[in-house]
Design a protein around this ligand. Sequence first.
Ligand code: GLA
Length: 448
Amino acid sequence: MLFDGVDGAAGEVFLLSRRVAMSQQSLIISGVPWFDDRGRTVNAHGGCIVEERGLYYLFGEYKTDEENRFAGFSCYSSPDLVYWTFRRIVLPQQKNGPTGPGRIGERVKVMRCPATGRYVMYMHADDLEYCDPYICYAVCDTIDGDYEFRGPLTFRSELIRRWDLGVFQDDDGAGYLLVHEGDIYRLAADYQSAEELVGEGIALGGEAPAVAKLGGRYWMLFSGKTSWDCNDNYCLSAPSMRGPWTYQGLFAPEGTMTCNSQTLYVLPVHTEHGEIAMYMGDRWSYPHQASAATYVWQRLSVNHGRLRLAEYLPVWSPVSGEAEPFEGRRIAVGFRSDRAGESVSVPFHGSRVALTGRADQWGSYARVGIRGIGPGGESAMAAGPIFVSWYAKSPDSGYRYVSPELPEDDCVLTVTVTGEVPQWTDKSGQRFGSVGSMVDVDEVIVAQ
Ligand code: GLA
């Protein structure tokens, strides 16, 4: 199939033509589903980005909307961080072992090993109750090829039985593995085992570790432990990966729950005004993660010796590195309901549409889809429907859905309340999630 996306070359031709046509819409919009070259949601959560020869490669967990088991790690590529081409599942579920049937696979990270030229992938493998953790690894000769699963990573011949992980490659090529509670291992030259514990327990109770080198210092970001829910994430800094690490407090405004996201990775991004550091966070959406988990990508900076994600930019350009509006014709909707099956339909003429609304602790899932209306009045599904979440731990009025680019047409966007109350418990039995099934649509914006 021409634009299947597994064929990278065909996908990129399509991508470029689409970019030219839509260049004014080349925007990073946090917290809404993104669509790939196949028209499916970009499904790469808990991962990382590796930049190589002018392309960004996004790796992540290929989630499902039904269950939490490991469904593979995906890889997408993009020239601009906005339009993503699906490359392949780079590591599928294995026949048996730590990433076999009935297991989970999370927090995939990839680095190119300078000593061997090979790509090494790290992951958290576990049972479905999160009671049998391993850090495992896989290797590949090409960045987006089929990775060969090698099994658990070791430190002094012992298995590393930990869960949340991050990686960091320093300027001298040394690779580091970061794990929850703030243990830091320097990897061996071939990146296929841990050689030295250079930091221990620097963030007790912390998970989702990520490191950035900014303003001449090392910054290590962590979240607290609230399962798929978000919390106010924090950071430490040090003059070297060996420490000493000093606690630096929250990096986003208190109470915003890190823009309703959990730390994932920090990526240097080249803009026309120079390099910026981009915070990458996961806005998880258990249980419908494939459709409704989204990405929160924001600018980080160091001001007066403090790491800050000072201003949340709902829409910004990775070219200028600055906030930009989502321009379009606004249609007031004013729909609010928590009754399963209730829906609102908004007719529009155009090729791309956004919808805004308030998400909070009472919010839940809607199904959102678009039908095109043909000249004879017949209708055909143009996009979706997919699950979209109105749940937010810190109340947020903003974009909830932005459609893929569609052929310009007369269309109807429909939002249907599902009535679900997404709640779950972690392995200690603590309860998390929404307390309602509300869906709130403020307005629809038809892109021009
Ligand atoms: C935290 C971790 C994730 C995942 C979930 C499961 O959010 O950071 O990687 O394990 O918990 O609840």
